[in-house]
Design a protein around this ligand. Sequence first.
Ligand SMILES: Nc1ncnc2c1ncn2[C@@H]1O[C@H](COP(=O)(O)OP(=O)(O)O)[C@@H](O)[C@H]1O
Ligand SMILES: N[C@@H](CCC(=O)OP(=O)(O)O)C(=O)O
Length: 374
Amino acid sequence: MIMNLSEIGYRRVVVKLGTSVLTSGSKQLDKAHMVELARQMATLMKAGVEVVLCTSGAIAAGREHLGYPVLPDTLANKQLLAAVGQSQLILAWSQLFSIYGLHVGQLLLTRADLHDRERYLNARDSLNALLAHGIIPIINENDAVATNEIKVGDNDNLSARAALLCDADLLILLTDQQGLFDADPRSNPDAKLIKQVVNIDDSLRMLAGGAVSGLGTGGMATKLQAADIARRAGVEVVIASGHHPQVIQKSVCKVPVGTHFTALENPLESRKQWILAGQATKGKLVLDQGAVLAVTQKGRSLLSKGIIEVLGEFERGATLQLIDRDGKEHARGMSRYCAKDLIKIAGEHSDNIESLLGYDYGDAIVHRNDMVVL
Ligand SMILES: Nc1ncnc2c1ncn2[C@@H]1O[C@H](COP(=O)(O)OP(=O)(O)O)[C@@H](O)[C@H]1O
Ligand SMILES: N[C@@H](CCC(=O)OP(=O)(O)O)C(=O)O
């Protein structure tokens, strides 16, 4: 297939490779296939498209290197395998890209690096510096040190956050299926490929199941979360098979492949992207119907009057999920009050905040500038 790289529509691309692609379903890294993927990425770099690689496979590589016979069970064992495997993985990528005269630079991130605004900006500078020098940034989660508390948890979400971090215009999630199907194709042979997605809603989320076997994390459910984060920030997304011929080139040249997600025309501003992508949610506020309407339809801040219940323990500045009585999440945002204060003022008129607490940080519990409506 001849592709006209001069007509490429994208400037900066994040490619995420799942364990399923890197091992081709086996118990070891499939280096023959990795070299083909490296070749496709190198071709793009040479054509002037900047490529950021988000690679899984550390745990699989660790298991291969140590001859570990069974899947890791405990967190400590996963960390052990990731510590051994990450060095094998980056060595493999470094050798494979060197065939094409390219250098790589490694960034191992945790949620904490994306949570803190200063660290977030530092990581962004480092990514930009690598790209400015024609070096391929290779990202993975820092599994060896990350506990569940500070883990992003899966590389699909991590790659979406990376796409925001480096202001990419395309995110390509490569896996062992042709794309998103209307049911898990492993258990439903008649499942149909969904070629185009313009809106991610609950009915679509219902179709996306978890990972079924091996070392994959999250299955299609986390890929859909990643696609949602990315497209809200104005990044287009492709989910496709990592074994489809020329899949990376085709995605970048807009040749239809897998499932394509259109980006929102009016992407979130950078601070809101950070709220959505960087933070772990620490608690939930249950809103009455009027508050849900005010927040989602009228662009208002959340006031104490509309809060029915406060769930979880959190400090001021924590990111919270704003949910309705049925538990459906409508928005996410940063709270100007801690949980203990909110328990006292929930359901109360804003005028009473000062008398109830002895101080007040303003009427808005979650200000609309600190909120992302989902
Ligand atoms: N609706 C769906 N469409 C496609 N795949 C699905 C769907 N629901 C669940 N899956 C599963 O998701 C798996 C891919 O996710 P995962 O195992 O985490 O791969 P990776 O290692 O590439 O991230 C597929 O093998 C498939 O069984
Ligand atoms: N960070 C882990 C992979 C986590 C993950 O999300 O895996 P996958 O679902 O295969 O993309 C590793 O390198 O093994």
